[in-house]
Design a protein around this ligand. Structure first.
Ligand SMILES: [Cu+2]
Length: 331
């Protein structure tokens, strides 16, 4: 995710050669300064234009805004803000911060760039956009927040809900079946999907994927699913290692604030998925409710130097101009 723009690093390194001064309009306002070498910017951002399936947009390059569409820029009151605009699509564009009388030169042609510098002399949230006819309406608009508004917009830091791939149970050393107890907790948690973007994940045990379960053929497994009191949804578990109805899901539909338990015998060796199987099932899975159960064969598995556990999933942020909500999800 957010890989767009990374290939531009070479282009950015060469930017000092390409810097052009602000246009005539800018010189009419003392607020806007020529980006001469002696000016020290307190905050600098690079934006690259893009025309794609989200319409026309600015895409952040580098720092915390890398790959973010129409990113919210932040500065403190009094900061000298430097904006570098790169033409990423070849069409003609510019960038304007009208509240600070800052308007860039036009950029035309792939890789062309320009720089504007202005002083953020007021607190608040202000728009930036491309002034070419129709471009703002097509999506080239974002926000810069200055001062207290910036702190409020940033909000509390969002937790990383990704499970550490090194977090998995050790290989099973015993040679006889055992009775194994497993507890899963359905938790709906707001976590970090990308910089500046939170998402309400539905999880097993607070992380995605859910914990890896590890048993041996012949083991008897007692599995308890608790659904936290603050959940909004019913949740369940369907283990593909379980041959009973719905892989256990028929007995494990758990309303918020309750727990249910099943007992099953691990009959077949293999690596099986488990997931929430509460309608709409695909929604519960896409929101993070999946994991794996490894049923080791009687003789165990060949030794490995290292073991890792993970899933690849894919979230797409389609919100474009309205960052902060990821709407369309594929797993
Ligand atoms: Cu669920």
């Amino acid at each position: 995710m957010n890989t767009a723009g990374k290939s531009l690093s070479a282009a950015i390194m060469g930017l000092s050669l390409l810097m052009s001064g602000p246009p005539a309009l800018a010189q009419a306002h003392s607020n806007v300064r020529q980006p001469a070498a002696e000016i020290h910017a307190d905050v600098s951002y690079t934006l690259k234009t893009d025309i794609g399936n989200q319409g026309m947009t600015f895409v952040g390059v580098g720092q915390s805004i890398d790959g973010v569409v129409n990113p919210t820029l932040n500065a403190k009151k009094g900061d000298i803000v430097q904006i570098t605009l790169i033409d990423g699509d070849g069409a003609e564009h510019d960038i304007s911060f009208p509240d600070f009388n800052a308007l860039s030169d036009h950029v035309v042609g792939p890789g062309a760039s320009t720089v504007i510098v202005f002083r953020a002399d007021r607190d608040g949230s202000f728009k930036y956009f491309c002034t070419l006819p129709g471009h703002r309406a097509a999506g080239m608009e974002g926000t810069i927040t200055i001062g207290a508004a910036a702190a409020a917009a940033a909000g509390p830091a969002l937790a990383n809900i990704s499970r550490n791939p090194a977090e998995l149970p050790a290989p099973i050393a015993r040679t006889r079946p055992a009775h194994v107890e497993v507890k899963l907790v359905a938790e709906e948690v707001k976590g970090r999907l990308a910089d500046d973007t939170g998402y309400n994940f539905w999880t097993f045990n607070g992380k995605v994927p859910g914990p890896m379960l590890r048993v041996r053929v012949g083991d008897t497994v007692t599995l308890t699913l608790e659904n936290r009191k603050d959940s909004r949804m019913i949740h369940s578990v369907d283990l593909h290692a379980v041959t009973g109805p719905g892989g256990g899901a028929a007995l494990l539909q758990v309303p918020p604030g309750q727990s249910k338990t099943i007992t099953f015998k691990a009959l077949k060796p293999g690596l099986f998925v488990y997931h929430c199987a509460t309608p709409m099932v695909a929604n519960h899975i896409a929101n993070g409710m999946y994991g794996m159960i490894l049923v080791e064969p009687r003789q165990g598995l060949p030794r490995a130097d290292e073991e890792f556990y993970g899933y690849i999933n894919h979230f797409e942020e389609r919100s474009g101009r309205r960052k902060g909500c990821a709407r369309s999800i594929k797993v």
